[in-house]
Design a protein around this ligand. Sequence first.
Ligand code: UDP
Length: 484
Amino acid sequence: MAETKESIVMFPYMAQGHINPFLALALRIEKRNKYTIIFVNTPLNNKKLRSCLPLNSSIHLLEIPFNSSNHDLPPNSENLDSLPHHLFPNLLKASLSLKPHFRKLIYNLIHKENGQKPLCIISDMFLGWCIETAQEFGIFHSIFITGGGFGSACYYSFWINLPHNTDSDEFVLPDFPEASTFHVTQMSEPLRVTDGSDSISVFHREELLCHWSKADGILFNTVEEIDKLGLMYFRRKLGRQVWSIGPVILSPGSKRDFGVSPEVCKNWLDKKPPCSVLYVSFGSQNTISAWNMMQLAMALEGCGKNFIWVVRPPLGFDINSEFRANECLPQGFEERIKDSGRGLLVHKWAPQVEILSHKSLSTFLSHCGWNSVLESLSHGVPMIGWPVAAEQFYNVKLLEDMIGVCVEVARGKRSEVFHEDIMEKIKLVMNESEKGKEMRGKALQVKAIINNAIKDEGNSKGSSMDAMDQFLNAALNLKTKGKF
Ligand code: UDP
């Protein structure tokens, strides 16, 4: 008789930057052939996910109801990607409405479907409240933080230590002095202005971050060897088990509506010399101001390098609306770069992992969202950092000050950047300067460290694979001992 597999329930927050690493983790666990994966999300996200899953995948998609119109959100808004920036807090608060549905789903799994209690629940860093259901039904529970250790530690510390004294430009986090000095411009705007009593600060403390210390453990999408400081902060601060299991990245080929097909991109890159192309992208939710976009275009044209640029309408416009090059970029820019063959403008969404893995790629100018960071480092690509929000500021600090694979070119949404400065940074990294060579060398070392961490050859396992085993064993051991 076939052995019944243990089941693992996974529940990411409704944002592509969270769903993707959850799915990558689900596919990694599925490969072990020992577990049934139950992937939970809202109806529209599940619909999209259904078309992303490999044909032979056995992952079960279960949905829970959600009506965005009940939460001051446009109809059918179930994903951060489709929302304007000012509505991000509404979606975060609206996710609390999923609580009773999640409880019911777990209840049904245990009492109706097959009568088997899941081995564990892995819930998103923003859905820590799943611990309540896990505890009620006696199920092992872990939070999966899709960000890095250092960035998440700073993020956590900034929110729980409000208010910050912004009279002085520089300061040190009281419970994380090892992170060294921060400049006031490295704080995202809400943190800079609040005394901690506004609704978003209270929500962060009382509905989001408070659950992290109650979970049985925390999984991080990072690599212990390059991101130890932040992981140690959480071990000390929360007294929880912390498993660093990254990078978990969706492999190329995941289906999506690309602004350019992966084949066209590959053909374009194939014609360029090795290590000669700059890739520019601000991720799935961010864009820059009209002024900065103009300066960036001038820098790209002026520096003489090959480039691929993922373009979105500038700040103040709906970033999901159509991008009109003639309104946002210098006159004739698109035609000139097309005629010279030097640049490729991709509207809205590019096959990023395919681009970063191509041998012609040299450097990534990025907002430094954590998924982009992991994708870049996994391919040994150094970065030019242009953080615009949230923990991106801290990611750049880690990459530049501690790992040495990045230079920051601009910071924040309101800064005004000049094309000469952008050009200087591009040349610094891409030319044969000492600094450029050093960064490329370090990026290759980091790539080797990452490859080692995810090595999975019988008894020889890298740190991330080892941590994955430890996590699964912790859940199994507690179940065997009858604790759960
Ligand atoms: N991404 C992509 N094509 C794009 C823009 C983004 O494939 O044109 C993917 C990218 O590979 C990464 C994710 O979207 O996996 C963005 O996540 P990240 O954490 O870097 O930033 P966020 O979008 O969450 O700010």
